[in-house]
Design a protein around this ligand. Structure first.
Ligand SMILES: [Zn+2]
Length: 221
């Protein structure tokens, strides 16, 4: 059985990890982990102060948007996390950041084509930009889902990054990778014309993604 205390610890650890890697600043971004098979999850609190965050501040919520724990209010982006958990049953964790280079690309609405093979293995392919969705609404959840498609990362137009994965450790890794790719793509655009990897060269990595990191229902593909 999934242990509540362990989940609180894992959310706290992941939140501190993305903060220490410089992917979020105090008060922005959020991390959540699904509560086993229940229609519930644990999420970082609103206006999260990452450096002093304690596991007891993590908010337990259900898919109806109700907080099941007392204390802090949930992150204002909880609806976006709910939308992803509802639509993609295999997603075990969600991370949202405003990491600099990825957000920069989201502002010029430039998605990241397949420029590195690891992108296919970990994220499932290109990183697309969503439609603009108003923050803190269901609208941004739907926009995020559409841009994610069957993959693990997308850019939220003029906002930041949305990541999903089987577990929260995967999500931390993916959040880091998205920022690295964004930085490389941005840099490559400064010095020349970036080449994408042709499909016949990355096709073989898709099976690694499916076996190791994908979190979509099989029947969908
Ligand atoms: Zn945000």
């Amino acid at each position: 059985m999934v242990d509540e205390e362990e989940i609180r610890k894992s959310v706290t650890k992941a939140a501190k990890a993305i903060f220490n890697k410089g992917l979020v600043e105090a008060g922005e971004g959020n991390v959540s982990v699904r509560f086993g098979r229940k229609e519930e999850f644990f999420i970082t609190p609103s206006f999260n102060q990452y450096d002093s965050l304690q596991k007891d501040e993590i908010v337990h919520m259900n898919f109806e948007g109700e907080a099941l724990s007392s204390g802090k209010l949930p992150s204002t982006e909880a609806k976006m996390h709910t939308a992803i958990y509802k639509a993609r049953k295999k997603v075990g964790a969600v991370i949202h950041t405003h990491s600099t280079y990825a957000t920069l690309l989201s502002i010029v609405r430039k998605g990241i084509p397949i420029i590195m093979e690891e992108q296919v293995i970990f994220l499932g392919g290109s990183i697309d930009v969503s439609q603009f969705g108003k923050a803190h609404t269901d609208e941004i959840g739907n926009a995020a889902l559409e841009a994610l498609d069957l993959k693990n990362a997308a850019l939220l137009a003029n906002h930041g990054v949305i990541i999903c994965g089987k577990n929260v450790d995967h999500c931390v890794k993916f959040a880091e990778l998205v920022e690295k790719l964004a930085k490389m793509y941005w840099g490559a655009l400064q010095v020349g014309n970036p080449y994408n990897i042709p499909e016949e060269n990355y096709k073989r990595f898709e099976k690694h993604f499916d076996a190791l990191f994908a979190c979509y229902a099989r029947k969908k593909k």
